[in-house]
Design a protein around this ligand. Structure first.
Ligand code: NAD
Ligand code: UDP
Ligand code: UDP
Length: 323
């Protein structure tokens, strides 16, 4: 039974970093949430505060297996996002993106649900076009260490557009650029979590390569706002649409900012650059502005301050547990 505009919404990968924020925001809007996750990189801790809500339900399930449930909307976020995690079992990563997409699209087709795909700026690979607009087809190595993730996500996009052309599904594809914030996995090797954890623990801060490569960092609350705006558009809007913060920083600049905010005494040290590491990345968000009326509102310093508070509390909790 549905009341008013309340929908039954499934979020795959709902116990992860982005998924847990999305579940929280959709619950606040009054919807019923089915969170589906196999806890590969997600955790109960991320959703512990939602478990008491009668409109929230958690299902432990791997999206590479079929799933038969009745829902109005699907947000498909299931997939490890950090290079350390997605390279741990690369075959499973491709399966999660490709077979997971097929299963979720099959489900959406059967129940006539709108379906959203969390794609990635990695579909642009190591780009020759800067900043990257959605029309750019990308430059991706099909056989490298990052390919399980990049090509898996590219194939998932293909499937979304073919299910639309063949079966008239309502699809929404978002290409997410590097996003950070509370509930990022503290040990997932991504640059924001690594640098903050190192700074807070007084360990050396690791810059891969010369630290002059760039990324654009979006605060999680801004990103989730963009997701929901896209999902709420009419059937003619499919994406792919870039969501990210166009502020571009070198990794060295990011490190300096983290040191400033934490007041850390940590030293900067250089480590080898991982293979196929993109040299620069910045979203062109013209479409997000025009179609969704969306642009980010939280700058890097303000977002990092909130994230530092989260990691600081996390470390204190961990220390108390160990004592
Ligand atoms: P995350 O690792 O915190 O979350 C991914 C979630 O998916 C985890 O809870 C994990 O347990 C779950 N999962 C993985 N494989 C699964 C499977 N086979 N079945 C069910 N659940 C499974 O990562 P995140 O940063 O929250 O990323 C969420 C989504 O956004 C991913 O699809 C990722 O590719 C995409 N994305 C994230 C970023 C970013 O900067 N955070 C950038 C681009 C794209
Ligand atoms: N599927 C699912 N839940 C459903 C419907 C389908 O998990 O409610 C899976 C099922 O495993 C199937 C896949 O989605 O293999 C693709 O479904 P589709 O109907 O497109 O293809 P078909 O069943 O014809 O292979
Ligand atoms: N990076 C770094 N030090 C770290 C972790 C990452 O210099 O401790 C670099 C990494 O080489 C890359 C950038 O920071 O150039 C972003 O890395 P991340 O793994 O966060 O994301 P992605 O490469 O997927 O954008």
């Amino acid at each position: 039974m549905r009341y008013g505009n309340t929908k039954k919404i499934m979020v795959t990968g709902g116990a992860g970093f982005l998924g847990s924020h999305l579940c929280e925001r959709l619950l606040d809007q009054g919807h019923e949430i089915l969170c589906v996750d196999n806890f590969f990189t997600g955790s109960r801790r991320n959703i512990a505060h939602l478990l008491g809500n009668p409109r929230f339900e958690m299902l432990r399930h791997d999206v590479t297996f079929p799933l038969y449930v009745e829902v109005d909307e699907i947000y498909n976020l299931a997939c490890p996002a950090s290079p350390v995690h997605y390279q741990f079992d690369p075959v499973q990563t491709t399966k999660t993106s490709v077979i997971g997409a097929i299963n979720m699209l099959g489900l959406a087709k059967r129940v006539k649900a709108k379906i959203f795909q969390a794609s990635t700026s990695e579909v642009y690979g190591d780009p020759e076009v800067h900043p990257q607009p959605e029309e750019y087809w990308g430059r991706v190595n099909p056989i490298g260490f990052r390919s399980c993730y990049d090509e898996g996500k590219r194939c998932a996009e293909t499937l979304f557009f073919d299910y639309r052309r063949q079966h008239n599904l309502q699809i929404k594809v978002v290409r997410i650029f590097n996003t950070y914030g509370p509930r990022m996995h503290p040990n997932d090797g991504r640059v924001v979590s690594n640098l903050i954890m190192q700074a807070l623990k007084g360990e050396d801060i690791t810059l891969y390569g010369d630290g002059q490569q760039t990324r654009s960092f979006c605060y999680v609350d801004d990103l989730i706002d963009g997701f929901i705006r896209l999902m709420d558009t009419g059937p003619e809007i499919t994406g792919p649409i870039n969501i990210g913060n166009p502020g571009e920083f070198t990794i060295r600049q990011l490190a300096d900012l983290v040191i400033e905010i934490t007041g850390s005494k940590s030293k900067l040290v250089h480590r080898p650059l991982p293979p196929d590491d993109p040299r620069q990345r910045r979203p062109d968000i013209t479409k997000a502005k025009e179609i969704l009326g969306w642009s980010p509102t939280i700058d890097l310093k303000a977002g990092l301050e909130k994230t530092v508070l989260y990691f600081d509390a996390y470390l204190r909790e961990a220390n108390n547990r160990d004592q």
